[in-house]
Design a protein around this ligand. Structure first.
Ligand code: ADP
Length: 635
């Protein structure tokens, strides 16, 4: 076994690999770009080496820098993780040329699977069922079109060198073909510097079911069952699970054996994934083989009880596979949700910024969080904006799904927008609960997943109001315990729970008013998590982001041009934004308060000026306390 390895990656996967290496007593070397100077992976490793500027093509993708770092630190092997150089045959060769073990398959296997077209030819020869289509060398557009016409529409054009859904176009009729081919080729050329295309029958609503395989250098091969990755957005995985819902033992065995056949056809070694499309009739077709550890490998680990990184290290160092096929069994059910800094309400645009709050759910035998960031870290523009992978396990699918929704509702991330609410809505949607998934799932259930309709807001508003009152009570209790000293002013000032006849709440993008002296609903089945800009409400009917907005903030309504302005709730004065005696306009923000981790602004009720501030930044104030004196200007 190796005594020291270098990890040519960053983020959660680098941390994941370090964890296993540590457990096996193997020393680790991390590499880091400028942005990642103090990143978690750099901190966790025994040693670390700077590899240059933040853009990955100047650091994580520069083979020579990584090889040099390994040689300089005396590492014997390089683990490439996923992405970056993990499927780069040249890098694999360069490792060998420098007497470094590449922790992955042999270069020939990477090359064989590097082109989707060449891979299909090899698989056809090995007798693995393929998605029907044309993957020939003759790239004459007329030939490709003829193949499409013969098989009938819709068809899917794919870049042979493709990945990440790029260079892919569905074509629904012959009339659209030429334009689609041109566009797909341009995209492929841009992304992969290669515009070789193949065309496949576009299966309608198939499932994406992939098989985890493992082979060693002694001729042993096993499959560690399947993962269902059907829930996708733009052909990219969103939630993965194992085992696949509804999978039968017979089909599992057939797919597993086909996957092994695929791996043996290219003399595979190490961890690999054979991706299939599965149709409603239970027929499955080879799509491609990924010659690396996959992002979603944890769901397989959870149901098999095996550590796949440990397997990779053992196989790469020449040991036989730790288990035979007969020794492998499935225990329970697991899900993985990919938590991203992105904005589902704005076409899932990636979001960057600081993770001012980052409190994942507590890890246990049921909940695992694979991440590469900690509170205070920045999600930068340079890399994939994945924050973490949330993995849950339980004895059956229903229970595991319950764990997933619970854990999502406990995840607290502040400072930037994430897809947690979207994942939660997805996880509680009825068809997903039933295990009725296919690759069109998100599109088909869009209305249910993106809940912003009036009916939903009407449902959420009283819950949001109840949540605000509950949070206030909690805040009051905290304040009370803070001020237990006998002479504390908090003792004398006992106005907690001041009657608040009306609350104004922004729910998603709608603003609503709620009268709070009516009976508000029970919060037993809902969960609230406080974020910077308000709070997230997870209800049995869906996720809602809420912010309390205070239109009058305790203002004496019959005296808008003079008098005092009161604190809407117990909290801290954060800042005073104007000078005393300086004229301000109606609506200008005078003071900022913070309560329940939410900021509340106190605005000028009219043109005029603040004549006195009664508190300074940092002061604690009680709900209802006069904050400042305001004098309206003469009309
Ligand atoms: P990439 O390598 O770019 O991720 P894949 O070939 O793995 O591309 O395909 C990604 C996804 O696209 C699949 O998981 C599936 O949802 C969809 N897809 C691919 N081929 C087909 C097909 N022939 N019919 C229907 N859907 C397909």
């Amino acid at each position: 076994m190796f005594t020291k390895i270098l990890i040519a990656n960053r983020g959660e996967i680098a941390c994941r690999i370090i964890k296993t290496a540590k457990a096996m007593g193997i020393a680790t070397v991390a590499v880091y770009s400028e942005t990642d100077r103090n990143a978690l992976h750099e901190q966790l490793a025994d040693e670390s080496v700077a590899i240059g500027p933040s853009p990955s093509n100047e650091s994580y993708l520069v083979s020579n820098k990584l090889i040099q770092a390994a040689l300089d630190t005396g590492a014997q092997a390089i683990h490439p993780g996923y992405g970056f150089l993990s499927e780069n045959a040249e890098f694999c060769r360069l490792c060998a040329a420098n007497n470094l073990v590449f922790i992955g398959p042999p270069v020939e296997a990477i090359l064989a699977m590097g082109s989707k077209s060449a891979a299909k030819t090899i698989m056809a020869d090995a007798g693995v069922p393929l998605v029907p289509g044309y993957h020939g060398d003759d790239q004459n557009p007329e030939i490709i079109k003829q193949a499409a016409n013969n098989m009938g529409y819709p068809v899917l054009l794919k870049a042979a060198a493709g990945g990440g859904g790029k260079g892919m176009r569905a074509v629904y009729a012959e009339g659209e073909f030429d334009e689609a081919l041109g566009a797909a080729k341009r995209e492929a050329l841009n992304s992969f510097n290669d515009d070789i295309m193949l065309v496949e029958k576009y299966l309608l609503k198939p499932r994406h079911v992939e098989i985890q395989v493992f082979c060693d250098s002694h001729g042993n091969a096993v499959y560690l069952f399947e993962r269902d990755c059907s829930v996708q957005r733009r052909h990219q995985k969103v939630i993965e699970e194992a085992p696949a819902p509804g999978m039968t033992d017979t089909l599992r065995q057939q797919m597993g054996e086909a996957a092994i056949k695929a791996a043996l056809a290219i003399n595979y070694e190490g961890a690999g994934t054979v991706e299939f499309l599965l149709d409603a009739q239970g027929e499955f077709f080879f799509m491609e083989m990924n010659t690396r550890l996959q992002v979603e490998h944890p769901v397989t680990e959870m149901i098999s009880g095996q550590d796949l990184v440990e397997w990779q290290l053992r196989v790469a160092s020449g040991e036989p596979l730790p288990c035979s096929q007969e020794q492998l069994t499935i225990n329970g059910h697991a899900f993985e949700a990919r938590i991203y800094a992105e904005d589902p309400d704005h076409d899932f645009l990636p979001v960057t910024g600081r993770l001012t709050v980052l409190q994942p759910p507590r890890e246990s035998a049921h909940v695992r969080v694979d991440t590469g960031v900690v509170e205070g870290d920045e999600v930068s523009i340079y890399y994939d904006p994945m924050i973490a992978k949330l993995i849950v396990w339980d004895t059956d699918r229903d229970r595991a799904l319950q764990r997933l929704t619970q854990a999502l509702s406990e995840y607290r991330i502040g400072g930037l927008t994430t897809n947690i609410g979207f994942l939660y809505n997805l996880a509680i949607s009825q068809a997903f609960q039933n295990g009725d998934v296919d690759t069109g799932y998100i599109e088909e259930h869009e209305a249910e997943i993106f809940r912003q309709r009036d009916r939903d807001i009407d449902y959420a508003a009283p819950l949001a109001a109840a949540a605000i009152l509950k949070l206030r009570e909690e805040q009051a209790a905290i304040n009370a315990s803070r001020s237990a000293e006998p002479n504390s002013p908090w003792h004398m000032n006992n106005s907690w729970g001041l009657p608040q006849p009306k609350l104004c709440i922004q729910i998603q993008r709608a603003e609503v008013s709620i009268v709070t002296n009516t009976t508000l609903p029970d919060l037993t089945n809902s969960n609230i998590s406080i974020t910077e800009s308000g709070f997230d409400l997870f209800t049995p009917e869906g996720f809602f982001h809420c912010t309390e907005v205070s239109p009058d903030l305790g203002l004496d309504t019959d005296n808008t041009d003079g008098g005092s302005l009161r604190a809407p709730m117990h909290g801290t004065v954060v800042s005073l934004l104007v000078e005393m005696g300086t004229p301000v306009s109606k609506g200008d923000t005078l003071l900022v308060m913070e309560a329940m981790k939410m900021e509340h602004t106190i605005d000028a009720p009219a043109d005029g000026m603040v004549t006195e501030f009664y508190f300074q930044p940092g002061d604690l104030v009680d709900g209802g306390a006069d904050l400042l004196a305001f004098a309206g200007s003469e009309k």
